[in-house]
Design a protein around this ligand. Structure first.
Ligand code: DGJ
Length: 619
């Protein structure tokens, strides 16, 4: 990268001439402190990154109560703020509001980028839509507490400030030390929100993600969580493998419950050795069974948390975040390990490497099922209490760095009780993330639409679950579930052995179709066409870089007795080109598809329907 930022995730370059950095140095002669503002501008991307570094040249410690990564004043005009609030199972719901006088604030205080507010904001002209208009995006590359403040002053100017949340932050900067803030990646688009998103997708895929898989086709996986929860043994897994392999599924992921003596969520986090009662042949046996089927093998971990009923907790009760002489709050029956302490991180690193060095493992799902409370280290003192949260995430990043470096062949997927840590900081280590535990395809339309505002499709994993849905109980067709999941990095979250023959055939067709088109989905240019936040019809599409191929997905949420015909206008095609819609053999001009549009056929009277059409250029 252009300047050393120690252990924080950040954008990078692959060639000297890709970007230039300007460092503005400000000096406070009274305090003896220097502030370096780093601006990096990319040559071929409408991107400027900004971060700050504070250096204490004085002979005394300085207490930092707030250090933003960026601040920017925007000239007088009405502006809309677009943000991504949400909750568990309803992550990243797109929200847009006109900025009023005074301060508007978006933040997380959860010790994670959170389900509740993604560390992102866009400021758009009121007439900006998906296809036209000006918009400035700001994305904090960070996974802990964040704060975005938008202050509209008396003459209508807007001041955007973004960085680590000042809440629960107080950093004692010793004489001679420096403090580096996380980086903000700003993107400017004059072609609306799609233009902004496409720039973010390329940037995050190419210059934030570092995994060797960042440009690889992602394997289609099946995960046993919703199939078995904690109740599995080697025979059960074998039955899933036997059913999944002939369908063309490429990877099996063993989720929560394989370690310690864990049979429910009350025990064993922190004890990362296999549960021999459940799996007498150990992980090596499961890995071999999976590889024997020609599939890759993936494994679940939750490295940052600990159960009270664990050997690790019994040996080190002081390794848990908590306030001295006060109770600690359990959440999902878990405590949080004090990752601000290097010994704790080292212990988990050693436990994980003891597994990973022995067993052939191709993929890791890295979960984090609760937020931070009582954010205090028992190994800290009151002068450094306010450093714990940031030091915690630096410890997490350190573990991720060490593991991803040591096992470059492993594909890592982020997860946090669904999508509670779906952010650019994680993408630096893990090129894909689980966006939500909500697999209902109707709810997923909104979750995936909102997530795509910033994050690339290759990073958004999406699984076909069962019907009725596990969380909501809604019934949907295999086609609907498949179409939504194929709009991301496809997987399955069900018991393949329990599928009916008809569903097995449907899955087989989905898998074959997805393999044929996944490069287009994962690495094509993505266009949002019709929003689930605004209408009953939803549409998006993928276009290949040479504009010779396109894949269109349209969805109708609720059917109607007397439905009106609906026309969807496509985007990103070559207007001069003739395209063949391969399932109907109909021919359309590119200009025709974009200007006149295409009927969403057939007219729907039933609820929750999906259509998928592949277009190929005639020449
Ligand atoms: C939350 C994740 O989002 C789920 O997919 C699953 O891995 C569970 N945790 C396991 O505890």
């Amino acid at each position: 990268m252009l300047m050393s930022k120690r252990s924080l995730p950040q954008t990078y370059v692959e060639g000297e001439d890709e970007a230039q950095t300007l460092i503005v140095t400000l000096r406070d002669a009274t305090l003896g402190v220097t502030l370096e503002l780093a601006y990096t501008i990319y040559r071929d991307r409408p991107v400027i990154t900004r971060s700050a570094r504070l250096i204490n040249h004085s002979e005394q410690a300085v207490d930092l109560e707030k250090v933003a990564s960026m601040q920017m004043d925007l000239p007088t005009q009405p502006l809309d703020a677009i943000s991504l609030p949400g909750s568990y199972a309803r992550e990243r719901q797109l929200s847009r509001e006109r900025l009023h006088r005074g301060v508007t604030q978006f933040e997380s205080r959860r010790g994670a980028s959170s389900h509740h507010m993604n560390p992102f904001v866009a400021l758009a002209d009121p007439n900006t839509n998906e296809f036209q208009g000006n918009v400035l995006g700001a994305l904090l590359i960070y996974s802990d507490n964040h704060q975005v403040s938008l202050e509209r002053d008396p003459i209508g100017q807007t001041r955007l400030t973004m960085g680590i949340n000042e809440y629960n932050f107080d950093w004692r900067l010793a004489a001679g030390d420096s403090f580096q803030t996380p980086e903000v990646a700003m993107v400017y688009s004059t072609t609306g929100l799609n233009g902004m998103s496409q720039t973010y997708h390329d940037l995050l895929r190419d210059r934030v993600a570092r995994s060797r898989y960042k440009h690889d086709l992602r394997p289609i996986l099946i995960n046993n969580w919703e199939a078995t929860y904690f109740d599995f043994d080697a025979d059960k897994i074998q039955s899933i493998l036997d059913a999944a392999a002939p369908l063309g599924i490429e990877m099996f992921v063993l989720d929560d419950g394989w370690f310690g003596h864990r049979n429910d969520d009350n025990s064993s986090l922190g004890d990362w050795f296999v549960n021999r009662n459940k799996l007498p042949g150990g992980l090596a046996d499961i890995s071999k069974r999976t590889h024997d089927k020609g599939m890759r093998f993936g494994l679940w971990f939750e490295p940052e948390n600990i159960s009270a009923d664990s050997d690790l907790y019994r040996a080190h009760p002081d390794w848990v975040l908590g306030v001295p002489d006060r109770g600690r709050t359990l959440s999902r029956n878990e405590y949080v390990l004090d990752f601000s302490q290097p010994d704790v991180v080292d212990n988990i690193f050693e436990q994980m490497t003891a597994v990973l060095d022995k067993v052939p493992i191709d993929y890791i799902k890295w979960d984090m099922n609760r937020n931070l409370t009582e954010v205090y280290s028992l190994h800290s003192d009151s002068a450094h209490e306010g450093e714990t949260s940031h030091r915690f995430i630096l410890g997490v990043y350190d573990l991720m760095e060490r593991l991803t470096k040591r096992y470059p062949q492993i594909l890592f997927e982020g997860c946090s009780g669904g999508g509670g840590r779906f952010d650019a900081g994680l993408m630096y280590y893990m090129p894909q993330s689980w966006p939500s535990d909500n697999n209902d395809p109707i709810e997923r339309l909104k979750i995936q639409y909102g997530t795509s505002l910033v994050y690339p499709i290759s990073a958004i994993t999406a699984h076909v679950g069962t019907s009725p849905d596990e969380l909501l109980g809604w019934s949907t067709s295999m086609k609907m579930r498949g179409a939504v999941a194929m709009s991301g990095t496809l997987g399955y979250e069900l018991d393949a052995a329990q599928l009916s023959d008809a569903d097995k055939q449907a899955v087989k067709r989905q898998v074959a179709f997805y393999k044929q088109h996944r490069e287009l989905v994962q690495y094509g240019t993505f266009y949002r066409l019709e929003s689930p936040f605004e209408s009953n019809t939803v549409a998006w599409m993928f276009v290949s870089p040479d504009q010779k191929e396109a894949l269109l997905f349209t969805f109708v949420i609720l059917g109607a007795v007397q439905p009106e015909p609906h026309i969807t206008k496509l985007a990103g095609l070559d207007p001069q080109q003739t395209y063949v819609e391969t399932d109907t053999n109909k021919m359309y001009g590119g200009d025709e598809l974009m200007q006149l549009g295409r009927y969403t056929t057939p007219v729907q009277t039933s609820d929750f329907t999906a259509q998928v059409h592949y277009f190929k250029a005639k020449d």
